[in-house]
Write a protein that binds this ligand. Sequence first.
Ligand code: DC
Length: 650
Amino acid sequence: MSSLTLPPLRAAAGSVRLPGSKSISNRMLLLAALAEGTTEIRDLLDSDDTRVMLAALQTVGVGITVLGSSAWRVEGCGGVFPVKDADLFMGNAGTAIRPLTAALALSGGHYRLSGVPRMHERPIGDLVDGLLQIGADVRYTGTPGFPPLAIHPARIELTGPIRLRGDVSSQFLTALLMALPLTGAEASIEMTTELISKPYIEITLNLMARFGVEVRREGWQRFTIPAGQRYRSPGLLHVEGDASAASYFLAAGAIGGGPVRVEGVGRNSIQGDVRFADALQAIGARIEWGEQFIEASAPESGKLKAFDLDLNQIPDAAMTLAVAALFADGRCVLRNIASWRVKETDRIAAMATELRKLGATVEEGADYIAVSPASTLNAGAAIDTYDDHRMAMCFSLAALGGVSVAINDPQCVNKTFPDYFDALAEITAPVIAIDGPSASGKGTVAERVAAVLGYHYLDSGSLYRLTALAAARADVLLDDEAGVAALAASLPAIFEGGRVLLAGDDVTDAIRTEEVSAGASKVAALPAVRAALLARQRAYRRFPGLVADGRDMGSVVFPAAMAKVFLTASAQVRAERRYKQLIAKGMPANMHALLQDLQERDARDAQRSVAPLRQCDDADLVDTTPLDIDAAVAAVMTIVKRQQGKSGNS
Ligand code: DC
C-alpha cells in the first residue's frame, strides 16, 4: 500500500485551475454519442471515470477521436449503437454504469455490464425496476439489485408513467431521463419517494436541452418527455470546471487564510455543488464570486463557526464540510446525507472512523454525522481512503491544522482528479523565497537549504538563462518580446541530477557564460517573458516544500512564501567570488570587467519596470559579505526555523 505524507501546512493562498466536471463530462459524452451529428467537447475531464465512459462508448461502436489536450470529437450514432453484443467493464464509475444501462436497455442489443467489487455492492435496483416497467430485459447476473447486469433486446412499451424511487440515488432518474428520448414516444416518470440530490437533475435537464430535448417538469414529482424529440448535436461544447473539486480549495482558503481562487466555475455554473461556497460563507468564510471564478478567504474572526446544516443538495461537496468541521469553533452536524452510504464507500462510516483518528469526537447516524473538533489535531494520523477519491481529497485539508497527515492509497484521486495533490501543493506547500543580486551566493545557499529540509529547489535564474540561450540558438533577437516570450512559454528544458538539458542537449555550462548572463538580464526585463515563465515557476511548488531563488520569488512568484530572505553581498565581494569560480573552471576572467558587468546587471535588474530587484518589506536581509557558505546557510536556516515556529510547523 502506498502512502503520501503531507507536511504540516500553515497557509493556503493562490489560484487553481479546476479539472473538468465529472458529472458534466460523462453526461455530455453519452448525449453526444446518442445524438445525430458530430460534437466537439472541450475541457473534458481526463480521469478514471471518464475513461470508463469513453472506452464503453467505443466498445459499442461510437466513433471517438482525441483532438488535442482534453478536446474530443464524438460521432453521434443517432440513438443506435452500431455494436449489438458487448462486454462492458465499468470500473467504479456510477456516472457511467447508470446512464449506460438505461441507454443500452433501449437500444436492442446484448450487453453485459460489470465493475470492480465495490461497484457490485452499489445499488442499481431502482433503475432496473423502472426499466422493467416499460418492457426492457435487464437481468442481474450476481446479487439481485446490484451489478453485474445482462441486457437483452426487448419490445419497449410506454404505457403509464414509470414509477421510480428517488431516495437512493438521483442517477437513476438521470439515467432514465437521458435514455427515454431514444423511444421517440412520450414518456413520463413519476417519483414515488422524495428525490435526493436535485441539483444533479438540473445538470441533466440542462445538458439534454443543449442537445435539443426538452423535459416538462412538475415540481420534483413528475417528469415528461414529449414525443418525437431527438438528440441533435449542438456542435461545440465546453465542460465547466468541477464544482465538487472546487470545494477542497475553497475550504483550504477558508481554513488556511486565503485568498484561494478556483478558476473554471463561477456564478453562472450549472452545477449545484457551487452552492458549497454559500455553505462556507454561512459558517464565516469570505467568498467572492466572478463569472469564471470563486474565491474564498478565512473568516474575519479567523475561525469557522460551528454549524447544523441540511446538505442533501450538495452531498459530494458536503464531505469537505465534514473535514472543515475540524476547524470550527464547536459541534457541527451534517444532516440528510443518507446517500453517502451507497457511494464509492459507506462514506458516513468511513468519515467517522477517519475523523476520530485526528482527535475529533464523532457521532454517526443513518443519515447524519456530527463532528466535535478537538482543540488540536492529532499529528501523524494515517488516513485510510477506501478507494474513494473524495476521502483522499477532503482529508488532505487536515494538514492545514499544522500537523502532518498521511494519506493512504493517494492514487485513488485518479477517479476524478489525477493532479489533485500537485494542485493542493501549489497553494499550500511551504515556500522559502531567496532573492538577491547576481553572485550573492544565493544559488549555492538555496540548494543547500533545500537539501537540509528535503525540499525541492528552483533556480529561477536558469529559466531566464535558458530563454536567452534558446533565443540565441533560434536566431530570435532579444528585443523581440513576443518571439522570446513564445520560446519561454514552451522551453523544452529538463533539470536532471544537477544537469540542465535544453531540447535534450546538455547546456549546464553553456547557460553560465558571461554572454548568456548578459542575455538573461535583458530577456528578464521583458514583461511578456516574465509572464510566460510565471506558471512554470509556480508548478515547482510541491510537497514537502520548495526553496526558490531569484529576483522576484518573494515579491511576485510566491508572495505568500513562508519565509523570505534577501541575500546580498557587496559588489566587490560578489565580483571576487565570480572571478574565483571562473578561474576554478579554467575559464578566462578579468576582475575589472566582472565588477563592471555585475554593476550594470544589478542596475538593469533593479531599474526594470516589471518585478525589479528589491528587498520585500517582509523579507529578512542576510548580508553575506563577511560570511562563508556554511555561515550563510546557517543564517537562512535560523530565519526558516523562526518562521516555521510562528506557523506551528515542525
Ligand atoms: O540568478 P541568475 O544570475 O542566474 O539570473 C539570471 C538573470 O535572470 C539575471 O540577470 C536576473 C534574471 N532573473 C530575474 O529577473 N528574475 C528571477 N527570478 C531570476 C533571475
